[in-house]
Design a protein around this ligand. Sequence first.
Ligand code: ZN
Length: 253
Amino acid sequence: MTRSACGFARSSSGAIPSARSAARIGALPTSPSTRRGAQPLAPSTAAAARPRLGRLRRRPEGSANAVAFAPVAGRALGLLVLAVLGWQVFAQGLDFFRASAALRFLHGVNLIFHEAGHTIFLLFGQFLHVLGGSALQVIVPAGCAGYFLLHRQMASFAVALFWAGESITDVAVYMADAQTRALPLLGGDGVIHDWNYLLVAVGLLNWAGALATLTFGVGMLTILAALGLLVVDLLAAWNRPSAARQPESWRQP
Ligand SMILES: [Zn+2]
């Protein structure tokens, strides 16, 4: 039996007893037709029953379907947006000046945590003070991902993982600039170039390009893993019975 057929059956069987019980307690006048039982309802009792019938009939089948598919549609839209962003990260590569407007916005978000990292690690010596910027801009999204994983919120985990991967590629872009130092830095030309300082300190400045490529690859793999998880999550939502996707108050008993 379809859902609408079931709803109609419940509404017609539920209206008549309620009218009879109203007549029994004297709230409504008992007309001869009401006493005979099999006759049509008196106008007053029919009017009393109408709101109940109306509520049941107005349960919107189309809206219920829309609510049932909202989780699938939301996941599909989120996956599409992140897939486009992931492609833009790949297309940008290690060249910051090819970044799209969306990636520049994300870079601005990462930069907030980057600068906070410099401040937090200020107490641990010059090397960690400089490293702390790149470290914290990866630690924050990775920490968010860990939180969502612990709470088994897989879609949120995948989104945070995507952010962590994108932030890793953002660090790789900075790392790739260690020798040329062409990127415009916050604070002007007088400030320390993080990755020039760090790689000089550890004697790996000549490896800047290779290390940046390796770091970028780690970031892209993280992004791909996040997109893969989102695909799995979308398929799971799609295959879930439609009743399980509806709010409990809308489900049929
Ligand atoms: Zn920095």
